[in-house]
Write a protein that binds this ligand. Structure first.
Ligand SMILES: C[S@@+](CC[C@H](N)C(=O)[O-])C[C@H]1O[C@@H](n2cnc3c(N)ncnc32)[C@H](O)[C@@H]1O
Length: 284
């Protein structure tokens, strides 16, 4: 049973896709550990204090908070379709005591801002969940000033490599891909970012890749436990069952598989993270 109540959706969000991960406590807790130093490393060299920025699909806001600290006194806005995520983000912002950071509910397809409102528009691990990423990128560019920076980063789950072999995890990856695509998203979005940006009115495109790697007991236990808990308490596991991609017993076996893999002294996990950064083309 999901611990998540259904939040009201902003105009335009629900029609396009379902968000695969949902906003259960275990999911928000894991996303809330991200930092701008890691998730925005490809963007940081382009930032200066005083710039304004929009963080689209900001989730629980730990990256947004880091952006706001770096850009102060520039205005930073975090936007998400989920009120549950925004509640976490607002709590973090008030603890951080920043007066240049605000959060708004909205859809990436219909951003509640005028044209050319921001110097930077950023989205971390969001494109992969969108049924129409090209339309979303165009809307992000609409609210960006000409010459401003658009920056996105997405995982490519097709590169996931782990050891030791674990049948529960292999079964999870198979059902996760099917469920994710049925929801309208793309688990291998990372490899498609260059194509996405090539179709948009941008210049100076830079596509780079790095990885997330879990190779210490603390890292593998945190990753494995988080996915086990998310499988059992969030819409990720529930929808696998609802769509007929796995039985409830298989979802429980996937969670057990993550836990036993995580505790193995040889446990190792990696997958590729792709970043794309470009400038909004200036009309001549
Ligand atoms: C994987 S989380 C990433 C959160 C944060 N950027 C991070 O990396 O920690 C994706 C976020 O995108 C949001 N989202 C999904 N579809 C959206 C849409 N159409 N408009 C706005 N936000 C959306 C979800 O609610 C979720 O908080």
């Amino acid at each position: 049973m999901s611990t998540e109540s259904t939040p009201p959706s902003p105009p335009g969000a629900a029609a396009h896709e379902l968000y695969t991960h949902g906003h259960a406590a275990a999911t928000l807790r894991q996303h809330g550990q991200r930092t701008v130093e890691e998730a925005g490393a490809f963007l940081l060299p382009h930032l200066q204090p005083g710039m304004s920025a929009l963080d689209v699909g900001c989730g629980p806001g730990s990256i947004t908070l880091g952006l706001a600290r770096r850009l102060a006194p520039g205005a930073v806005v975090g936007l998400d379709s989920s009120m549950a995520a925004l509640a976490e983000a607002r709590a973090g912002a008030s603890a951080g005591g920043l007066d240049n950071l605000t959060y708004v509910q909205g859809s990436v397809y219909q951003l509640p801002f005028g044209d050319a409102s921001f110097d930077v528009v950023y989205a971390h691990q969001v494109m992969q969940h969108l049924g129409e990423p090209g339309a979303a990128l165009l809307e992000m560019l609409r609210v960006l000033r000409p010459g401003g920076i658009v920056a996105v980063r997405d995982v490519d789950w097709g590169t996931a490599a782990y050891w030791p072999a674990e049948p529960g995890i292999a079964r999870f990856i198979e059902a996760h891909f099917q469920t994710w695509r049925r929801n309208g998203g793309e688990p291998c979005m990372g490899r498609k970012l260059r194509a996405l940006f090539n179709a948009a009115p941008v210049s100076g495109l830079e596509v780079t890749a790095g990885d997330w790697c879990y190779a210490t007991p603390a890292e593998t236990l945190a990753w494995g436990e988080s996915y086990a808990e998310r499988l059992l308490t969030s819409p990720m596991g529930e929808r696998m069952v609802e769509y007929g991609h796995a039985t409830r017993a298989e979802v429980e076996a996937m969670a057990a598989g993550f836990r036993s893999w995580a505790a193995h002294p040889d446990a190792f996990w990696t997958f590729t993270q792709v970043a794309a950064l470009a400038r909004k083309r200036i009309a001549r």
